[in-house]
Design a binder for this molecule. Structure first.
Ligand code: 5GP
Ligand code: MG
Length: 176
């Protein structure tokens, strides 16, 4: 079956304005610090690329891949993370963790805990989208782009069956 975009929820222009504002806010909050930005693959790749271009700080860029174990353990929030770098280099760093959507909250919550356990000096989180009505664990992002209702969205890095990540806007799909 082929799917098509039903509606554009957040335009390319709105995204650009909001991400620039987030970058200014983060730059002000982290002033005088060097930050390690860690993006969650693959959904955060575009948000990360745009956000770091609005950071006026010394920035290091890293990506990690996360996977949840089977559904049975997902409710307990067990998230396995794969570092592209040695865990030791996390120690003492001020980290900005960047993700596409904050949904149930397990992913960002679990990754943040693991980074702190590996000795990060601080971990702040930036979620491009936030669906607060879906939360299963009490977790708030330090920075968020847009709050949206409980609808499945694609575009700007986010997929449905690995398609639509390249759309420059956030959209709803017909029939999904
Ligand atoms: P959670 O907060 O539920 O642990 O994890 C959030 C992750 O679920 C996001 O990073 C994203 O990969 C996925 N997700 C949640 N809602 C949506 C959605 O509306 N569209 C897409 N494409 N992915 C979603
Ligand atoms: Mg994700």
């Amino acid at each position: 079956m082929s799917y098509e975009v039903e509606k554009i929820l957040i335009t390319e222009q709105a995204i650009a304005g909001r991400v620039a504002a987030m970058g200014r806010q983060i730059s002000a909050d982290f002033e005088g610090q060097e930050i390690l930005c860690i993006g969650l693959l693959r959904g955060a790749f575009l948000f990360m690329a745009d956000l770091v271009r609005h950071l006026s700080l010394p920035v290091e860029v890293e990506f990690i891949r996360c996977s949840s174990y089977g559904k049975a353990t997902k409710s307990s929030g067990e998230v396995e993370i794969e570092f592209a770098r040695k865990p030791a280099t996390i120690a003492g760093r001020h980290i900005l963790l960047v993700d596409d959507i904050l949904d149930a909250g397990h992913t960002l919550h679990a990754v943040k805990e693991q980074l702190l356990a590996r000795g990060a000096a601080s971990v702040r989180t930036a979620a491009f989208l936030d669906k607060p009505s879906r939360r299963q664990v009490p977790f708030q992002a330090d920075y968020r782009g847009f709050e949206i209702e409980d609808r499945f969205v694609v575009g700007y890095g986010m997929d449905f069956e690995e398609r639509f990540r390249n759309l420059p806007y956030v959209a709803l799909l017909r029939g999904v």
